[in-house]
Design a protein around this ligand. Structure first.
Ligand code: BES
Ligand code: MN
Ligand code: MN
Length: 449
């Protein structure tokens, strides 16, 4: 089971970079082959205008419920590659403090190849034992890390093929290996790129400096003004639709174990940031954010060049919470950013990604099945938690297919997804493979038509 995962991890299926398009395709085929090997039928690599989607199914009969398993085989770029202790696409097992049984180090090990592959291996085990309690369909996509832009059309076009009773996704995490949890909320996302233009060309900073507007300085001032002294986002209307949790909901959330001190030391910071009236845990899950993800312009190579650049750029993400609408937020941001620009520059805002926030039920047969399964394998009942990350398709499954999702992830926040040295615990991989069949067993029992 480890070797086969390693083979998948060796394929650099980076969806963001066109240079890897061939590898992405090769990875889709490898996933399809592994599904066939596990016993799935009707396995297809289905083309989209972007990267392909892998479909497969195992049909028992129509008296048992159907589970649609979603995952993604694409990965984030490995950059900055110099910061990896071992090459990103040469998986290796190493022991760490959090993973004394060893962790698999490779890009995509946790997000999401390792987690997606648990479902393939779980199917294989169930088929081998002649005990598959539910019909299981698989939809494994290759564009999650770039916003799943072709998935909505795919869902629209394949409603019948994808019909199911629930969606099961392992692409989130648990609190700790001895503290299981089930994610019941994800943030949405509005992601924009901004361009600020000053003079019509790069200028000598001596001859023109002092009177020529410097778009980099101005962009920095504009960005600084996007939060006030209370760390509130200043975009007009930004908080209008934010759902404020009741004090009961907040105290229920606060029961999930979280140490502010160890969280600070785990990321090497002296203090947390953010709205003082919310705990750091709340700031990372139930509150919206605005963060610069990249900023550039002017001279960035060796040595010094005296220049006032014509243009400056930044990429900005806003994580959204219920009931914020990403299109509305993108519009409000664009209007605000144009409004605050001084007359010396012009600005352009381009929308990059959008995703709706999602909240999943905690009282459904599927949630209860997940909870029972984890209780059996971890020996402890999982706690429901809200995560700060985004999975754009969760809202799409609900809107297009009318399906609720169970977020049945087994990663840890400290597994460094999207960062150098991403890893996934060997314990977590096998715990997932062990727990998934129990989900199907309990769901078949608890589900009613
Ligand atoms: N699997 C992550 C999201 C995640 C991780 C949610 C851990 C909760 C806990 C997913 O692959 C991801 O990275 N999503 C992107 C979405 C974006 C590319 C549209 C994100 O959250 O930045
Ligand atoms: Mn993921
Ligand atoms: Mn990701």
């Amino acid at each position: 089971m480890l070797d086969e995962l390693f083979d998948l991890l060796r394929i650099p299926s980076v969806s963001a970079d066109p240079a890897f398009a061939g590898d992405v395709k090769r990875c889709a085929e490898a996933v399809a082959d592994s599904l066939k090997l596990a016993g799935a039928l009707n396995v297809e690599v289905m083309e989209t205008p972007g990267h392909p989607i892998v479909f497969g199914e195992y049909v028992v009969n129509n008296s048992v419920p159907t589970v649609l398993v979603y995952g993604h085989y694409d990965v984030q770029p490995a950059d900055p590659i110099d910061l990896w202790d071992n090459p990103a696409f040469e998986p290796i097992i190493k022991k760490t403090e959090t993973h004394p049984e060893g962790a698999i180090f490779a890009r995509g090990s946790c997000d999401d190849k390792g987690q997606m592959f648990m479902h393939v291996k779980a199917l294989e085990a169930m088929v081998a034992e002649g005990n598959v309690p539910c019909n299981i369909k698989f939809i494994i996509e290759g564009e999650e890390e770039v916003g799943s832009s072709h998935l909505d059309d795919f869902l629209e076009a394949n409603k019948e093929k994808l019909s199911a009773d629930v969606v099961l996704v392992s692409d989130t995490g648990i609190i700790a290996n001895d503290t299981p949890s089930i994610t019941v909320g994800l943030r949405g996302l509005s992601y924009v790129e901004v361009e600020v233009t000053g003079p019509n060309r790069d200028l000598h900073s001596g001859l023109y400096g002092g009177a020529a507007p410097n778009p980099i300085n101005i962009l920095c001032e504009m960005i600084a003004s996007l939060k006030d002294e209370d760390q509130r986002i200043t975009v007009e209307g930004f908080y209008d639709d934010v759902y404020e949790l009741s004090s009961e909901e907040r105290s229920a959330m606060a029961r999930a174990p979280f140490s502010e001190t160890s969280h600070r030391s785990s990321i090497g910071i002296g203090a947390h940031e953010g709205e003082p009236t919310y705990s750091p845990m709340e700031r990372m899950s139930i509150r919206p954010t605005l963060d610069v993800n990249g900023i550039w312009g002017g001279y960035m190579k060796e040595g010094a060049k005296t220049v006032i650049a014509s243009k400056a750029y930044a990429k900005i993400s806003m994580r959204l919470v219920p009931h914020q609408d990403h299109e509305t937020i993108t519009r409000l941001f664009t209007e605000h950013f144009n409004r605050i620009a001084p007359p010396s520059v012009s600005v352009k805002v381009t929308e990059m990604h959008g995703a709706a926030p999602a909240v999943t039920p905690t009282n459904s047969p599927a949630y209860n099945a997940a909870s029972l399964a984890m209780t059996e394998t971890f020996g402890k009942e999982p706690v429901p938690v809200r995560s700060g990350g985004s999975i754009p398709i969760v809202a799409s499954f609900e809107r297009i297919l009318g399906l609720k999702t169970v977020l049945f992830g087994f990663g840890l926040d400290s597994d460094a997804i999207h960062s150098p040295n991403e890893h996934y615990g060997v314990f977590n991989y096998f715990k997932g493979i062990e727990t998934i069949p129990l989900f199907h067993k309990h769901f078949a029992e608890l589900h009613e038509d």
